[in-house]
Ligand binder design. Structure first.
Ligand code: ADP
Ligand code: MG
Length: 636
């Protein structure tokens, strides 16, 4: 093919791909424009996760009638004039690409009236081409409606996630910006229903409560905002030598004349909120970073936050934090990618350590004990009675272990009169069967409990040597098989809560939870919508009777979040959620067990179809044979 210059339309469609990847990117660009225009109220209305409609209305300065058409041209901006301006960008936009990109891949309508102009303008565009322009009456400000996004780019359409996922990304974006701009009133609706709103009263605590729910908001600790001095010319990362530093993007700012003279000190200020160590999530998505009012993604700074919690969080858990970093505009390069969510710092190491120090100092000072106690479940796990084997019920005088209340190892049965069928005699599940799709394994021999080691492992003796059993993994396995059996028969026993427990979640979690209420019901939960982003937990699966009900539901919601978008079969989702419930209910490492409790657990494990692994695939036990022992002692 001969070389040809692409048509303007095709070129802008291609370029649009970098700016507008999905509905949430449209929301981002339009909200950023509204903020740049000095809006005090921003309303975002979304239909079908943004596929049908994204409308952003603001009361900002508006676009003058003479400029409206130009605003939709590529590289048309009022925010940048010369290359020098690029070194101290103070607006969120500056590339002049968003409106062109958005209108290239959608049907767009804008109604705007500039401050001081008598009338407004209404413009319609489709696929980047101007359709109509007329003068209309309109309040000051700008309304941009983006309909049928990607209608002319079917390839893009195919890559969109489910409506819920797109909604979640939009929620995430709007709520984050509401945090950074508490003086602006935000309102977000999905399909006509309010998903989120902030007051605009410039009270960050207020917005935190709207985003995270009142409980979490109360727990968040304000970062002490002592500004850190950064000496010009300071060696990169010197202050972070103690912490293993991941690769940090090096600065790409040109050492041009606009940079401050060497030796001038700069201020990096870190403010915001960090959760106490007791508040943690299954992924990093609740670590939010803003630089000079711009939401950014930065794996290095995210790592700095996580690192600040070093040894304070359980393994594989991540903190909740909202971090606002401000520093001189010329020390941060925002022109890294068209989407403008990445930045480069001229002194990345100094910013890294300023963030880490601010977070670490705050959590150490703010919640030394609280964090630790919050990590431990307060109640006792429940072990139900069984019919065919001596159920464990504490006899008077029996050593109480360190558990209070009644304990039993069995999965609670929905009909207490149903006789318990020992599975050893169950033809449907021969010893090597992989009944529920797990990797199969042989049944365990009969074992005698010897004792507990490290309040985490049970030592037993079998016909050929000894076994070390991970008490948490084993209990998870036991509960999982019992739960799956009950679930297969649609008979998951449920425990009603007398008072009900209130649960506050983020808007994104709320929509996910709402969508899965029926799923939860099949698992033995009864959860009702209670208010915006709040739910009432009325019942929990019986095995969770002694757990914090709201926290148990939250654990399940986190599991849903991880599943979201992968769209596996519903039954797979439910099996995953069941694994999570069993994990929550299972006895933890660190829990002292009385001999009878251990004996009951071992007997239950012997009954399992796949006793060798926990539902997540970790081993439940290690076998040391008599011959291994003999070899070890050099008897052979
Ligand atoms: P950029 O934001 O990078 O300048 P955009 O394509 O997003 O580029 O917008 C182009 C121009 O249109 C902006 O520079 C601004 O002058 C104007 N504009 C866009 N949205 C608004 C708005 N909501 N209110 C006022 N002016 C706007
Ligand atoms: Mg813009």
């Amino acid at each position: 093919m001969p070389i040809r210059v692409l048509s303007e339309q095709l070129a802008s469609q291609i370029a649009a791909g970098e700016v507008v990847e999905r509905p949430a990117s449209v929301v981002k660009e339009l909200v950023e424009n509204a903020l740049d225009a000095g809006a005090t109220t921003i309303n975002v209305d979304v239909r079908a996760g943004g596929r049908k409609l994204i409308q952003v209305a603001d009361d900002g300065e508006g676009i003058s009638a003479a400029d409206v058409q130009t605003a939709f041209k590529r590289h048309a901006t009022s925010k940048l004039q010369s290359i020098e301006d690029l070194n101290h960008i103070q607006t969120l936009g500056f590339r002049g690409e968003a409106l062109a990109a958005i209108s290239a891949v959608s049907q767009t309508t804008v109604v705007t009236r500039a401050a001081g102009e008598p009338a407004g303008t209404r413009l319609t565009l489709a696929g980047g081409e101007l359709h109509t322009q007329e003068t209309v009456g309109a309040p000051q400000g700008t309304v941009i409606a983006v309909e049928n996004l990607f209608y002319n780019v079917p390839a893009r359409l195919k890559f969109l996630k489910s409506i819920t996922s797109e909604r979640r990304l939009i929620d995430e974006f709007v709520t984050r910006y509401a945090l950074a701009y508490p003086q602006v009133r935000f309102r977000l609706t999905h399909d006509g229903r309010i998903a989120f709103q902030s007051s605009g009263h410039n009270d960050l605590r207020d917005v935190l409560a709207a985003v995270y729910g009142p409980d979490t908001a109360r727990d968040l600790l304000p970062l002490s905002s002592s500004p850190a001095l950064v000496e010009e010319g300071m060696a990169e990362g010197t202050e972070t030598a103690a912490a293993p530093l991941p690769p940090v993007a090096s600065s790409s700012l040109p050492a041009s004349g606009s940079l401050p003279a060497s030796g001038r000190p700069h201020l990096v200020t870190v403010s915001g909120f960090a959760g106490p160590p007791g508040l943690h999530r299954s992924n990093r998505s609740q670590i939010t970073l803003f630089v000079n009012g711009r939401w950014i993604k930065d794996s290095s700074l995210t790592y700095a936050v996580v690192q600040a919690y070093h040894t304070l969080l359980p393994v594989g858990r991540y903190p909740v934090a909202v971090i606002f970093i401000s520093l001189p505009f010329d020390l941060v390069d925002v022109n890294v990618h068209p989407a403008k969510t990445e930045v480069r710092f001229r002194q990345a190491g100094a910013v890294f350590s300023a963030v880490q120090r601010a977070v670490r100092e705050t959590i150490i000072a703010g919640a030394p004990v609280r964090g630790f106690t919050q990590m431990r479940p307060e109640g006792v796990f429940s072990w139900g009675g069984s019919v065919d084997r001596p159920s464990f019920a504490r006899q008077p005088g029996m050593p109480a272990g360190h558990l209070h209340g009644q304990m039993n190892l069995e999965f609670p049965r929905s009909a207490p009169t149903t006789p318990f069928m020992p599975r050893a005699a169950d033809d449907e599940h021969p010893p090597t069967a992989t009944g529920n799709g797990d990797l199969g394994g042989e049944r365990l021999p009969i074992m005698r409990v010897v004792g507990q080691v490290g309040t985490a492992y049970i030592v037993t003796e079998g016909p050929d040597g000894l076994f070390l059993i991970d008490q948490h993994a084993a209990h998870e396995r036991i509960l999982y098989e019992q739960f799956m059996d009950a679930w297969n028969q649609q008979q998951v026993p449920s425990q009603g809560l007398v008072a009900g427990a209130a649960l506050y979640v983020t808007p994104a979690q709320a929509s996910l939870l709402e969508e899965h209420l029926a799923t939860l019901q099949r698992l033995g939960f009864a959860v009702e919508l209670f208010g915006p982003n709040s739910f009432m937990v009325r019942a929990v699966p019986a095995i969770l009777t002694h757990q914090d009900p709201a926290r148990a539901v939250l654990a399940v919601v986190e599991e849903m979040e991880e599943d979201d978008g992968r769209a596996p079969l519903q039954t797979q989702i439910e099996a995953r959620l069941i694994r999570r419930v069993c994990k929550t209910a299972a006895v933890k490492a660190g829990q002292p067990l009385a001999p009878a409790e251990m004996q009951a657990m071992i007997q239950q494990l012997e009954q399992c179809r796949n006793p060798h692994t926990c539902p997540h695939g970790r081993p439940t036990l290690i076998h040391i044979s008599l011959s291994q022992l003999a070899r070890g002692f050099e008897r052979t």
